[in-house]
Design a protein around this ligand. Structure first.
Ligand code: CU
Length: 376
């Protein structure tokens, strides 16, 4: 009975941290295997890090300006310390920007941590009491008692009750994380590659964006774009940030082209494996506008540590302008403004279920977004 209780405890713990666990499974081996996902796409920027856009977009005439960049191509949204990124010497959970994240943070801080602390101190106290009170000097003739029904019932029932109380919010949180997104959700398809991310917006004309790590100034040849503080922290800044609307449900779909990656964004309470030949899905709604950073969280090869994720959460109208600037369309809106450059973008938005099929509607190389080299 007691053992069963422990098993349930372990299960409940695993469920509770399922969304943000940091555990890693062993690395997949070679990249050679043919990726099952049939991406007809991916203007892959050669070696990772070389993907920084060296040239402007191929004269895509009438595309509106990217609302997230200033006139010089620098990102407008700047890093806010302590938001959307790790803080030096901090412990605990990052500031959460989604409702799911807030309830998970509450569950951790208000339920799990106090329960763990109280139980640990209680057991430590019992041990200390036994050591002192029943040492040979204080208790020369020990009792021969071997069973006590009342105590046995208590030490079985109490853990079961505690576990049942923990299981209720834990399972509720787990279920909420995998609740299917509503019909009006914005679909973001994140595709892991060794070692960068490509993104598609199948409901918005199927345009795609490629995001590469921005290297440091000392690591790139003269003239090539490098990271500045406006881009974000070292190892987290990318050349092309993903833009998502605030207050609108997001349907995240992940897959991969080569090995297993994992799209992880701590501030959103999101970590979802990206598995070749398979679509994983999760939903969340961002509450706060801001700039959020994450990383690939599945050991995926030599440059696993160099495929960061950067999301700009903006107002829905800014998101719509960003979509237009990429040659995409909002669902139900008129076709894109640059028909000559993006014929495929005019196709009606595919149903979410057809997201995978939409990957062939490549209209733009993400690496070439006019976000040209910036020297500063
Ligand atoms: Cu990876």
């Amino acid at each position: 009975m007691r053992k069963q209780g422990l098993t349930i405890f372990a299960l409940a713990g695993a469920l509770a941290i399922a969304g943000a666990a940091t555990a890693q499974t062993p690395p997949p081996t070679a990249a050679a295997g043919a990726p099952a996902a049939t991406q007809t796409t991916a203007p892959a920027p050669g070696a990772p890090g070389e993907g920084a856009p060296a040239a402007a977009a191929p004269a895509a005439a009438a595309k509106p300006a990217d609302p997230t960049l200033d006139a010089t191509g620098e990102p407008l949204l700047k890093v806010r310390p302590g938001i959307g990124q790790p803080t030096d010497r901090a412990i605990g959970i990052q500031h959460q920007a989604t409702e799911l994240g807030e309830s998970a943070e509450w569950f951790h801080n208000v339920i799990l941590l106090p329960v763990i602390t109280i139980i640990s101190l209680f057991v430590l106290g019992l041990l200390g009491w036994v050591v002192l009170r029943y040492r040979r000097g204080a208790n020369p003739t020990p009792s021969k008692t071997s069973h006590n029904t009342v105590i046995e019932v208590i030490w079985t029932a109490a853990p079961v009750i505690i576990l049942a109380l923990i299981a209720i919010p834990s399972i509720r949180l787990l279920a909420a994380q995998y609740e299917p997104a509503p019909d009006n959700a914005v679909t973001l398809k994140a595709i892991g590659n060794q070692w960068y991310w490509t993104y598609e917006f199948p409901d918005h004309g199927g345009f795609s964006v490629t995001a590469n790590l921005l290297k440091e100034k000392s690591e790139v040849p003269a003239g090539q774009r490098y990271r500045t503080d406006a881009d974000g922290p070292r190892l987290l800044a990318v050349d092309n940030r993903i833009v998502l609307p605030v207050g609108v449900p997001i349907r995240l779909i992940t897959t991969a082209n080569d090995v297993i990656h994992s799209w992880a964004m701590p501030a959103f309470w999101v970590k979802l494996d990206a598995v070749p030949g398979r679509l994983n899905e999760k939903s969340f709604t961002i509450k706060e506008p801001g700039l959020y950073f994450g990383q690939c969280s599945e050991l995926c090869g030599a440059r696993h540590a160099y495929m960061p994720i950067a999301v700009e959460a903006v107002a829905p109208d800014v998101f719509a302008r960003w979509v237009a600037s990429k040659g995409g369309t909002m669902p139900g809106a008129a076709p894109a403004a640059a028909p000559a450059a993006t014929p495929a973008a005019a196709a009606p938005a595919p149903a979410p279920a057809a997201a995978d099929a939409a990957t062939s509607n490549q209209t733009e190389a993400g690496a070439a977004t006019g976000n040209a080299a910036t020297e500063s």
